[in-house]
Ligand binder design. Structure first.
Ligand SMILES: Cc1cc2nc3c(=O)[nH]c(=O)nc-3n(C[C@H](O)[C@H](O)[C@H](O)COP(=O)(O)O)c2cc1C
Length: 325
């Protein structure tokens, strides 16, 4: 399947694995790229630029296909060493960067000069238009369904994607709620050039996370996510658990007085405990509503092959028959 995204990124299938904190290590990125999609290493999961350089080298040893690095610009009090991360991305020969969280304009000249394609992750049409205006090559449009940070507009993909298609001239992928061949065909029908998946890729054999995390996603239904940190305008969609219940109680009782300090125990530094140690109630961790569509833990290649086979069958059998009728 050829789309503007497969052509731009030099990949076989229009499927991207979005950056995921403590999930997007070389093992997963390489598995996705080897299966014909685009794997992405999560830059900030590596505590220093030097460790990111090592992770890039490790991934390169595991695949000769293109892979990318995610750079998330966080509302952090102490900014990470972004110049250092950008330097090792460029020195590591990375040609695709997924940016997220904030306007990446400051970093575009260095990335573009080195021939890097920049995909900016956006949760609104206005942010996607801004990304296009400042010179990003593509957008990843994240609907309200998505795991992680859906923004504050709450527009689901059935509206957001056609709106993006009406406004954007750069290619974009649909992100949030994508799980299978039906998702891919729907995304293409709504005007996207491919799809980005987060949660679905966690429940795969190669995802380097504790089995408890994969099992929790398989066990979860579409009703099991919650939105946290809304009062701080830093909304995150997470899987419900004891820590999330506690956090939401604090949000309700403190109301407008809530500050980040009140919930630090539920959100700060929890990812290693969950993803590596499998302590499922250690804190709030991102998970999409799409958990309701996930009921197995295939290899990445089985997953991607299945998605492409299902997409082709829908297009050639179901839709072609409907259209011919
Ligand atoms: C556990 C987890 C961690 C994530 N961490 C990041 C991150 O660090 N940076 C980022 O840009 N997006 C992050 N995301 C968002 C994903 O890249 C992707 O946009 C999102 O998962 C798409 O929605 P889906 O889960 O419904 O597929 C994360 C998502 C999950 C599930």
């Amino acid at each position: 399947m050829k789309t503007r995204i497969t052509e731009m990124l030099g990949i076989e299938h229009p499927i991207i694995q979005g950056g995921m904190h403590y999930v997007g290590f070389a093992e997963l990125a390489a598995a996705v790229s080897n299966a014909g999609g685009l794997g992405i290493i999560t830059g900030l999961t590596q505590p220093t630029p030097e460790l990111l350089a090592d992770e890039i080298r490790k991934c390169r040893a595991m695949t000769d296909r293109p892979f990318g690095v995610n750079l998330t610009f966080l509302p952090a009090l102490m900014a990470p060493d972004y110049p250092g991360y950008v330097r090792v991305i460029l020195e590591g020969g990375i040609k695709i960067v997924e940016t997220a969280g904030n306007n990446p304009q400051k970093w575009l000249p260095a990335l573009k000069d080195a021939g890097v394609k920049v995909i900016h992750k956006c949760t609104s049409v206005r942010h996607a238009l801004k990304a296009q205006a400042i010179g990003c090559d593509a957008a990843s449009v994240d609907g309200f369904e998505c795991g992680g940070h859906p923004g504050e507009d709450d527009i689901p993909n059935f509206i957001l994607l056609p709106r993006a298609a009406d406004e954007l001239t750069i290619p974009f992928v649909a992100s949030g709620g994508m799980a299978d061949g039906r998702s891919l065909v729907a995304a293409l029908a709504l005007g996207a050039d491919g799809m980005n998946m987060g949660t679905r890729f966690i429940a795969t054999q190669e995802a380097p996370v504790h089995d408890n995390v994969k099992r929790a996603i398989v066990a979860a239904s579409e009703l099991d996510t919650r939105l946290v940190m809304r009062p701080l305008r830093n909304t995150e969609r997470v899987l419900n658990n004891a820590a999330v219940e506690r956090l939401l109680d604090k949000e309700r009782s403190l109301g407008a007085k809530l500050s980040f300090a009140d919930i630090i125990g539920e959100v700060a530094g929890v990812y290693p405990k969950i993803m590596q140690d499998g302590e499922m109630d250690a804190g709030a961790w991102s998970c999409g509503m799409v958990a309701g569509l996930i009921d197995d833990i295939p290899t990445v290649k089985q997953l991607i092959d299945r998605i492409m086979a299902q997409a082709h069958a829908i297009i050639h059998d179901r839709l072609a028959a409907l259209s011919a009728g």
